[in-house]
Design a protein around this ligand. Structure first.
Ligand code: ADP
Ligand code: 5GP
Length: 215
C-alpha cells in the first residue's frame, strides 16, 4: 500500500492480558508489512522465546527512569509491578514517513497518547474477551505463565476492562478471524479520516483552480 502523502496513524490495542492483543497485532503486521510495531521498553525479565529488541527492549530501572526524565518516552506506566514505556523516537520517525505504528499498551498508556499532541492521529481499540472463564482458559492455553502469574493477571483484568469506555472502538474477540477482519475494516476506514490526509488541501485547491478556469 502506498504510504505517500498519508499521515501515519497511531493504532493502540489494549485488553486484559490473554484477550488476544499480541495475536491480533501479529496478524495485522502480516496483513500490512508497512505497519511499524512500537517496541516498548520494560523492566520486566524476558520470557522464554522473547528476544531483546523484538518483543521488548529489556532494560533496568535506572535506564528506564533516565529515558523518562529525558522526555524520551511517549508514554509510560507501572503495570504488574514493572515499568513499561513507548520510546518516542521510532514512533516519530515512522509517522513522519507516513507509516502507521501499532501499540500493544495498557489503558494508562492509551490515555497519555490520546491526551498528547499526537492524540488527533490516534486510533484506539479495546478487545474484550467473550467471557471470564474463556479469558482464564486462554491464559492457561498460552502456557507462558505459572499459576501464580495467571492468578495475578486475572485479578488485574477487571481493572483493565473497566477502562473500555475510553476507546474509539471496542471488539469482543470471540472468533479470531472475524475480529481480525473487523480490525482491518476499522484501520482502513480511519486511514481515510480527513486529519490523516493532509494532501487533500492541495487537491481541493487544485479543484478550485479548475473551477475558476471554467468561467
Ligand atoms: P494478549 O496479548 O492480549 O495477552 P494473546 O494474543 O497472547 O493475548 O492471546 C492469549 C491466547 O489466546 C493465545 O494462546 C492465543 O492464541 C489465544 N487466542 C487469542 N484470540 C483468540 C480467539 N479469538 N479464540 C481463541 N483463542 C484465542
Ligand atoms: P506483558 O508483561 O504481559 O508483556 O504486558 C503486560 C501489560 O503491559 C499488557 O497489558 C501490555 O499491553 C502492557 N504494556 C506493554 N508495553 C507497554 C507500554 O509501553 N506502555 C504501557 N502503558 N503499557 C504497556
Amino acid at each position: 500500500m502506498s504510504q505517500e502523502n498519508r499521515r501515519g496513524l497511531l493504532i493502540i490495542l489494549s485488553s486484559p492480558s490473554g484477550a488476544g492483543k499480541s495475536t491480533l497485532a501479529r496478524r495485522l503486521r502480516d496483513w500490512d508489512k508497512d505497519i511499524a510495531f512500537s517496541v516498548s521498553a520494560t523492566t520486566r525479565a524476558p520470557r522464554p522465546g522473547e528476544v531483546d529488541g523484538r518483543e521488548y527492549l529489556f532494560t533496568d530501572e535506572a535506564r528506564f527512569k533516565s529515558m523518562v526524565a529525558n522526555g524520551d518516552m511517549l508514554e509510560h506506566a507501572h503495570v504488574f509491578g514493572n515499568f513499561y514505556g513507548s520510546p518516542r523516537g521510532p514512533v516519530q520517525e515512522a509517522i513522519e514517513q507516513g507509516r502507521d505504528v501499532l501499540f500493544d499498551i495498557d489503558w494508562q498508556g492509551a490515555q497519555q497518547i490520546n491526551n498528547s499532541a499526537l492524540g488527533m492521529h490516534t486510533l484506539s481499540i479495546f478487545l474484550l474477551p467473550p467471557s471470564i472463564p474463556e479469558l482464564r482458559n486462554r491464559l492457561e492455553k498460552r502456557g507462558q505463565d505459572d499459576a501464580q502469574t495467571i492468578a495475578r493477571r486475572m485479578e488485574k483484568s477487571w481493572d483493565e476492562i473497566s477502562h473500555w469506555g475510553g476507546y474509539d472502538f471496542v471488539l469482543v474477540n470471540d472468533d479470531l478471524d472475524a475480529t481480525e477482519e473487523k480490525l482491518k475494516t476499522i484501520i482502513t476506514a480511519t486511514r481515510l479520516r480527513r486529519s490523516q490526509q493532509p494532501q487533500l488541501t492541495a487537491h481541493v485547491r487544485n479543484l478550485q483552480t479548475q473551477f475558476e478556469d471554467l468561467s
